[in-house]
Ligand binder design. Structure first.
Ligand SMILES: Cc1ncc(COP(=O)(O)O)c(C=O)c1O
Length: 383
C-alpha cells in the first residue's frame, strides 16, 4: 500500500495519452507529437565540450551541496543583471523540479493552502498535495489572455494560505504576465504574509515582451523563491540542472533537504552550466528566434482550422487553443491520436479551467508542425 501522501496525488491527466502514444509507436504507427515539453535542438556544442573536458579532467566527485562557487556566482550575476538583489550565497543549485519539490516540503504543512493559476503546469498540484497542503486554483480566462487578476488573488487568500505559485511565461498557455500584474500580486502576497514561488524556467523564451522577475520588485526579495534552470533555455532537459534563489536562511533550510536527498547536482554538469551561462549566447538566441517562427507558423495554421481559436502567446513554446466541439479534452486528445495520429495534451490536465482546450508544444520541426496541423484539421472535421 502506498503512503496516504501519495494516495492524495491525482494520476496525471496525461498518462492515458502517453500510454497510448507508446503503444501506437511500438505498433509502428507514425505519430506527430506535440506533447513534449522540451526543445528538439541539440545542446549547444560549447556546453557539451565543457562537460566532456570536465569529466576527462576527473571532476567526477561530490561537490558542495549548494553547488560549485563559479556556478552560484554566474547565476547570481545573471539575476543581478535582471534586478534581483542577490549574492552567490542566495543561490542553491538543483534541478528545477527538485527545487519546486524541496520548497514545498520545506515550507508547507498539512492544512496549508497554496494559490495556483488555473490552468497551470501539472506538477504544482502534485507537489503541493505531496507536502500535505491543498491547491486553490485562481481562475484565468481565455478572453483575458490567461492574465491573472490580482483581485482574485486577494480574494482567495485565507488565514490558511501559505504560498502562491506563479509561472510566467506559462506552461501551458505561453502567457507572459504583465509587469503591473506581477508587481501587484507580489505586493499583495508580501502584505498578507503569503510566500511567493516564482517559476521562471521559460524566462529567456520570450518574444517581443519582457520578462519581469518577481524577486526584482521593491521589497519582494525576502518573500520570494525564484526557481529557474537551463533545461528549456539551452536545450538541456536531460542534464537536470537549475536553481533556487532565496534569502540565505531559506537557502540553508532547503539545503538540508538537498543534502539528505540528492546531495548535490552532478559535478561535471555544473561545469557545463557555467559555460552555458558565461559562454557565447548565440545558439540560445538562434533557438528563441526559431521558436518564434514556429509560433507564428502554428498560429497561422490554427487560424485556418474551423472551430479553433487561440491567444497569441508571448513566451514559452506552447499554444493553448480553445475548441468549439462539445467533447471533453481527454476524449478529444484520444480522438486526435487515434484518428489523426497526432499527440496533444488535454487541457484538463492543467486544471479545471483547461477543460475545452488542448496544449500544443511547437518545440518540433516546421515540417512536423505543418503535418500535425493538417492531421488535426482533418480529424476535427470528422467529429
Ligand atoms: C513550468 C515548468 N516548471 C518546471 C519544469 C521542470 O523543469 P526541469 O525539467 O528542468 O526540472 C517544467 C518542465 O516541463 C515546466 O514546464
Amino acid at each position: 500500500m502506498v503512503s496516504k501522501r501519495l494516495q492524495n496525488v491525482p494520476a496525471s491527466g496525461t498518462v492515458k495519452i502517453a500510454n497510448l502514444v507508446s503503444q501506437m509507436k511500438a505498433d509502428g504507427v507514425d505519430i506527430v507529437s506535440f506533447s513534449m515539453g522540451e526543445p528538439d535542438f541539440a545542446t549547444p556544442e560549447n556546453i557539451v565540450e565543457s562537460c566532456v573536458e570536465s569529466v576527462r579532467s576527473g571532476f567526477t566527485h561530490y561537490t558542495p551541496s549548494m553547488g560549485i562557487t563559479p556556478l552560484r556566482k554566474a547565476i547570481a550575476a545573471e539575476a543581478v543583471s535582471k534586478g534581483i538583489p542577490c549574492k552567490a550565497s542566495n543561490v542553491l543549485v538543483t534541478p528545477t523540479k527538485q527545487a519546486i519539490f524541496m520548497i514545498a516540503l520545506a515550507y508547507l504543512d498539512p492544512g496549508d493552502e497554496v494559490l495556483l493559476p488555473d490552468p497551470a503546469w501539472v506538477s504544482y498540484e502534485a507537489v503541493v498535495r505531496l507536502a500535505g497542503a491543498e491547491p486553490v486554483y485562481i481562475n484565468t480566462k481565455f478572453d483575458d489572455g490567461f492574465v491573472v487578476d490580482p483581485a482574485d488573488v486577494e480574494a482567495a487568500i485565507t488565514p490558511r494560505t501559505k504560498m502562491l505559485i506563479m509561472n510566467s511565461p506559462s506552461n501551458p498557455t505561453g502567457c507572459v504576465q504583465p509587469e503591473s500584474v506581477l508587481r501587484e500580486i507580489s505586493k499583495i502576497c508580501a502584505d498578507r504574509g503569503v510566500r511567493v514561488m516564482s517559476d521562471e524556467i521559460y524566462e529567456h523564451i520570450i518574444y517581443g515582451g519582457k520578462h519581469f522577475p518577481m524577486a526584482s520588485f521593491e521589497g519582494a526579495f525576502d518573500n520570494t523563491f525564484t526557481v529557474s534552470g537551463l533545461s528549456k533555455t539551452y536545450a538541456m532537459t536531460g542534464w537536470r540542472i537549475g536553481w533556487v534563489i532565496a534569502p540565505e536562511e531559506d537557502i540553508r533550510a532547503i539545503n538540508k533537504l538537498q543534502t539528505h536527498s540528492i546531495t548535490c547536482c552532478t559535478s561535471f554538469v555544473q561545469t557545463a552550466a557555467v559555460e552555458a551561462m558565461n559562454g557565447p549566447q548565440d545558439s540560445r538566441c538562434r533557438m528563441v528566434a526559431e521558436f518564434k517562427r514556429r509560433r507564428d507558423l502554428a498560429l497561422d495554421l490554427i487560424n485556418d482550422i474551423p472551430g479553433l481559436e487561440c491567444c497569441k502567446p508571448d513566451g514559452a513554446f506552447y499554444l493553448f487553443p480553445k475548441y468549439e466541439k462539445d467533447i471533453k479534452s481527454t476524449d478529444l486528445a484520444e480522438h486526435l491520436l487515434q484518428k489523426g495520429h497526432v499527440a496533444v495534451t488535454p487541457g484538463r490536465a492543467f486544471g479545471p479551467a483547461g477543460e475545452g482546450f488542448f496544449r500544443i508544444s511547437y518545440a518540433t520541426s516546421e515540417s512536423q508542425i505543418i503535418e500535425g496541423f493538417s492531421r488535426i484539421k482533418k480529424s476535427l472535421s470528422q467529429l
